[in-house]
Design a protein around this ligand. Sequence first.
Ligand code: ADA
Length: 550
Amino acid sequence: MNPRLFAEHELRREIPLDDFWFASVPGRWEGRIPVPSCIETIPNLASYQGIAEYRCPVFASGNLLLTFHGVSFQADVSFDGKPLGSHYGAYGAFSFLIPNVSDGVKHEIRLTADNTFSERSALHVPQDYYSYLGITRPVTLYEVPDVYLEQVHFTPERVNGVWQARIDVVLANSAEAAKQVGLRVQVGEFLLDLGTQTANPGKTEISGILAAPDAHEYNPDDPYLYKMQAFLSENGVDTDDLIDRVGFREVKVEGDGIFMNGRRLKLHGFNRHEDYAEFGCAVPLQAMMRDIALFRDLGANCVRTCHYPNDQRFLDLCDEYGILIWEEGHSRGLSEEQMRNPNFMPQMSLTLSEMQSQHHNHPAIFVWALLNECATDTEYGRDCCAKLIQQIRDTDSSRPVTFACDKSGRDLCLGLVDIVSYNMYPLWYDKRTVAQYIADLETWINSAGGAGKPIIVSETGAGAIYGYRTETEDKWSEEYQVTALQEILENIFAEPSFTGVFLWQFADCRVHTSKFITRPKTINNKGVVDVYRRKKLAYKTVQALYTAQK
Ligand code: ADA
């Protein structure tokens, strides 16, 4: 299955893997299963937590690069019985290079996935969303030469009004000796010829500036994408390539505004979990496309990938339709005690570095985020937050950084970020009027290191159980949600210092009952559509308000 919406290679050979793997849940079930999918879709395993074992035959030879685009949430992989390695976290891709695989023999990949919560796991904990089990994103296998293209990053910038882009390439060389290779990068009609380079054993980083004087800009209302193709050659013959799609746009924070190509952004969109009643988190392309269509119908112009990096196919769709993305490293609601788990910093650092290295080129991503509602109100939490923000900025300084805060009056981290973001729930968890809530919030932000910065309402919302209708507008009724969202959004749009709002949430999502026992139907019901994407009454309310913002 293609992990992207376009071919990533025209030269490099992709070896099709069976899309229907053999799997077993020890003692409970065995059979064939589509890859990607969630084990929870198997009858009687809807709430199973434990391990699932997968295997897949492979007929291929040479140097094989095996890439899993997402396994939830602990993976151990072997090839022909020999361990290749492990990976933690459902939301990052990981690869293994298997050198010199012999020809004419049937080989076998085995993978064990585990979604058991334990001290080993600092980020996947019982949450207000579900940590599913299985190979939940595509898997690809490539035949690569000794020297191959591992990564090509495109960072556009306008210098004296003229477009150019910094190109950062990582080459991998699995041989023991250095090799001379030719390297060039084509972006539409623009070419950067990096000449002959030495690829040392291991990794080699090479950078250059691509001149693109008349580049067609990428803007939300004209999301113009270029095909970028990097080529490697040896002795004048092309040996490897890597394709991505890129856009010429700059994101800048100036005063209390966020600007894309000089135009001030006004954001109105949704938080969206990767979750769908029939598919769990392994949302098929057709269903992703349906979500995009609903976003467009609702008049939304942005999405927050709460609370983890998303499937690249969804990001590709956002790039194509000009839906701006707040992309977030995996973490939600962790207390200081949870952040003191010795695995927290390494796992957090991993989720951020995977997100930034794998998703760097998406033009629609306008901000990197981390640590939703974590212990950013303690000295220890602030120290972690500062280190992680430094990591994000060291990796990519072309986008601003934010985190979603909920600790008004005590948070210590507003001074660390470029954009202040706040999760606010008047008319749901808080008894103040919306206007009073906003006034109090702004006073505090100004006194807590956020003065003069852009402010985003990263969450706001109210619950409604699909089909629960009452004339008395009781909480949980669709009528209550209509009234609450109308009032909240009108107040937010009337507040000039807010750059935008991500409504909580687009669609209802499944939650872990062990922690969220107060959620009716074990679902977070604050969606404007339900888990099947059936529209609630508030759909039209939000649609009218969002459409009027254009
Ligand atoms: C929080 C949190 C979300 C969700 C929401 C809610 O702010 O960030 O993940 O739990 O509240 O529905 O209460």
